[in-house]
Ligand binder design. Structure first.
Ligand code: SF4
Length: 476
């Protein structure tokens, strides 16, 4: 089952096993290329894309500056609409509140749609421990659930690492005897989920955005399951991160323009569902009771910190789709439901450096994620900030690393030392290199071991830049 952070395996172990999985690797590459191309086309089609981004930053920053005001406004308006609003400080509080709602309704089963927060607070475990039957309904999430709660590998396309052969195998454990044709397998999944929809006591959804001045919550889906989850069960629970607010419907339209194009590279989404309170008198469908659980779970801390801009995130996944490190190590290597650059920034904030101090190093700091982020989160700078905190505040660098950096610092700030150091390094490298002047995995190189594991390292050039530059200037 997905949990916020995998503590059973080290980052290196996860990376190793991800890299060894050729299928997963290739699937991620293909998907990245596809999403990258689709997004690029959609972005090109919007002439004032950069203006949209600027406006989105203004909206998100304005909400963060006035979060208490908008939370109050949203809660009051949602209650006027007939919803019951709950505030949860921690993941445990949120789970307890959800369980209390189930108990008050004597509910025994639930269907879920479109909710990252539920994974973040691990509400599935909490409900199952209480004897409640939990059913995912997004097709990809259904596949992962049927595969013994295989964790998601992408925040928008969670089952990206499974192909049709693997999915057929998973379905066959539940009685499927058909082919590997997607349409046939989808029909099987549809029949399987439909019964769950009809039997469920409670529907749980997430919330892409909540509008403060109408008290409404919104989700976007591509399969229509969000509609079923919000209309069939008698009770609905919306799990919402406390930063998911926009002031009004105009601001929502700006955010939607950016979210859909950035996430799946489409102009519009297939389904856009708005929840405006429970079923009113005379209405045909909708829940009898609507509960909105607003989850803090560390967000107040982030708001006060140097990582505040991370709360602008709209979970579009664009930063994953451009990241060269994500492409190489794939989503599971991050060990978190939040993967890629956004996960490398967010997960350490949610679980602490002690558990996730390796994640900020899963980046080349090339800045492609920052360029692609529709709400201009300076992701690569936040990753650097994490590294600085880990090195300084937490004192977590290894002794070898600290020694190397101290030596490098001394050498780089003194030209004589620099000359001696580079000469010594060149001679040492010569000893480690093979006949072709390359340092390879087979060399006895404990310090360079990790570096040369997947690439060869050439020797330093014999002629130093300083000497070349002197010569060049003399020749001029
Ligand atoms: S950090 Fe930016 S690009 Fe990445 S998921 Fe969040 S909004 Fe999208």
């Amino acid at each position: 089952m997905a949990i916020l952070y995998d503590q059973e395996h080290s980052f290196k172990e996860r990376v190793k096993s991800s890299i060894a999985d050729d299928f997963k690797h290739n699937a991620i590459k293909k998907a990245q290329d596809l999403f990258y191309g689709k997004r690029a086309m959609q972005v090109e089609a919007v002439e004032d894309w950069q203006d949209f981004r600027e406006e989105a930053v203004t909206i998100r920053e304005h909400v963060l500056d006035n979060l208490d005001y908008y939370l109050n406004q949203f809660a009051n308006n949602a209650e006027k609409n007939g919803a019951q609003v709950h505030f949860a400080k921690t993941d445990k509080d949120a789970c307890r509140q959800v369980i209390d709602i189930f108990k008050s309704r004597q509910a025994k089963s639930t269907v879920k749609a479109k909710t990252m927060v539920s994974e973040e607070i691990d509400v599935n475990h909490a409900l199952i421990d209480e004897g409640i039957e939990v059913n995912e309904t997004d097709l990809a999430e259904v596949i992962l659930q049927l595969d013994d709660w295989n964790p998601p590998s992408h925040i928008v396309v969670p089952a990206l690492h499974l192909d049709r052969v693997a999915i057929r195998k998973i379905f066959s454990r539940y009685g499927y005897t058909g082919s590997e044709e997607p349409a046939e397998m989808t029909r099987f999944a549809r029949a399987y989920i439909r019964k769950k929809f009809l039997d469920a006591d409670v529907g749980i959804t997430g919330c892409n955005f909540a509008v403060a001045d109408t008290g409404s919550t919104f989700i976007v889906t591509n399969e229509g399951n969000g509609r079923m989850v919000t209309t069939l069960p008698k009770t609905q629970i919306v799990l919402m991160g406390m930063e998911r607010l926009v002031p009004d419907l105009n601001a929502l339209s700006v955010m939607m323009e950016l979210l859909i194009r950035s996430s799946v590279g489409s102009k519009i989404t297939s389904y856009f569902s708005m929840t405006n309170g429970p079923r009113k008198k005379g209405e045909m469908d909708g829940p009898e009771e609507l509960h909105i659980v607003i989850v803090d779970n560390g967000r107040s801390e982030i708001l006060r910190s140097e990582f505040r801009s991370m709360l602008r995130c709209i979970r579009c996944g664009a930063c994953l789709n451009i990241c060269p490190v994500y492409r190489h190590i794939t989503g599971h290597a991050y060990g978190s439901i939040y993967s890629g650059p956004m996960g490398a920034v967010l997960t350490p904030l949610l679980v602490g450096y002690e558990k996730a101090k390796d994640l900020p190093y899963a980046s080349t700091l090339c800045g492609a994620c920052t360029d692609h982020c529709p709400v201009k989160i300076p992701l690569h700078e936040l990753l650097l900030q994490h590294r600085q905190n880990i090195a300084e505040r937490e004192g977590m660098g290894s002794t070898v690393e600290k020694t190397i950096f101290n030596m490098a610092g001394a050498g780089l700030s003194n030209s004589r030392l620099y000359n001696i150091g580079t000469k010594a390094a060149a001679s040492a490298m010569k000893l480690m290199a093979g006949k072709d002047d390359m340092i390879k995995t087979s060399s006895h190189t404990p310090i360079l071991k990790d570096w040369v594991q997947s690439r060869n390292m050439p020797l330093m050039k014999k002629e130093k830049f300083r000497d070349w530059f002197k010569k060049y200037q003399n020749e001029k």
